[in-house]
Design a protein around this ligand. Sequence first.
Ligand SMILES: [Zn+2]
Length: 595
Amino acid sequence: MTSRSFLRLALAAAVASGAVTLAALPADASRPSRTVPVRLLALNDFHGNLEPPTGSSGRMVDEHGNTVDAGGAAYVATHMKALADKNTIAVAQGDLIGATPLISAAYHDEPSVEFLGKLGLKVAAVGNHEFDEGYAELRRIMKGGCHPVDGCSPAGEWKGAKFDYVGANVLFKNRHEKTDALAALGGANAAKVRQALSGWGVPALPPVSVKWMNGVPIGFIGLVTQTTPGIVSSEGIKNLTFADEVKAANVASKLLKLVGVKAQVVLVHEGDQVTQGQSPDACSAVPGAGNRIATQVDPEIDVVLSGHSHQAYVCTVKDPAGKDRLFSQGGSFGRVITQVDLKVNARTRDIDRASIVADNHVVTRTVTADPEISAFVETWKERVAPVANKAVGTITADITNTAGPSGESPLGNLIADAQLAATRTGGNAQIALMNPGGVRASLSHASSPAGEGDGVVTYGEAFTVQPFNNLMQVVTLTGAQLKTVLEQQFTGGPNNQAFTKILQPSANFTYTYDNSAPWGSKVSEMKIDGTPVTDAQTIRVAANNFLVGGGDAFLAFRDGTDLWSGPLDIDAFVDHLGKDNPIAPPATGRITVAG
Ligand SMILES: [Zn+2]
């Protein structure tokens, strides 16, 4: 770790040890207890939406049940300024970057992180998408420096995030790994801290951040969904483990208590689903992974702000001691800011739970956009325009990512064809399979705001469909292993696949599945170029590195051998869009549903 993060941790520890000294002073019972106000303003799942998000991503049901336009960095800034008072600490619950529009992604999300710094963000939990480009790249985003391959952005050398990223459940696999997080938690509490962490693990990120407000310290504990290894590319996080969120929160809570910080807030990138169409202030969250954390973490933790599920809710749950605890989330894409007002007892330094009031505010666009942030976004828009507006191909009609009865979508099939075309030479691929969740948008035949003619697809539009910068890879699977991959599409089974996810096949690969057949024997009649596939034959299968690494619980991909890595998925897609123009939407009859 660099000296900068070391210093930050060392400062946090020093400040916190001061808290211990003060807390140890004899309490004067005759003095009336005084409370000080603190306001938290929270964002989650911003996903680099500097420009106002479009379509359903840019609409939100408000407190009155009306669906309104929402989001956009300049509007977030206006609302933030209106809501902030002198007691405010701005925080976030992860996925601020990753899976972002081209305006941010083209510069490895530096523009988004700079915007969030300008917004006054102080602490953010890491989300799964903060690991999209790997741990080393996350460290660069945190600390600064130019990208090792792409160099500096047009803005010059990256200065690093102006806020603290925290992740208490992100640990090194190697228990002997050197960590600045541990080394920095020194000073008066070093021995106690080391003891609290013994038998736990070696933190790969600072577990907590302490911010002072009105003379009291507030401790923020960062957590990211423990499912992260299943939903990000494995290569970039190969040295990390993601521990159980509740266990990690409790260790971090103990650390904070050790150094005298009793006002404790969890920022967790995990959350629950809600009934659609509700007010953002309603609590219709269906108890799931978020609720488990909110109800089970240590009673010393006063507030749980969540993320990941892109839903808005304000709930009160019971902590293990039976006391009320806030559990909330603020949608996604900068459409909602969660305001939490609370009072801290200046003597005990704990939060008065009864004082907590939370309110989700929709980031409407009926206010005046913040001029400074508008200019900032405009600058990046101009920088990326030559790349975004370049025509890369033409299509005859809309090509959608909407799945038909078999689970195929026209765009998913087109992408699989593009991936096979890009990996036949070099990788000797025979078929391609594409995960449906990675087809992020549809291609529209109508002209975009950039003004190109009907049917023209721009690089910006193609990028919106394939924004992850995944590498294309090819592995050898036996026919039997390929069948196992296809069985893993369906819910249940030994991997506990949570949802049925039908992989999009290239045109030359056909098969049948029977939904009513038991798990493990749903798939039959696999054929490549019309020839039946046998269990023993070997097949070169192309897929992106997310799937090849076992993503989306397709663990059978990991049995593949003779790994070959090729071009980026976006480059494969753009190349294909430029061939045989204009392109008609592919049919969706590659998979037959039996019964
Ligand atoms: Zn997420």
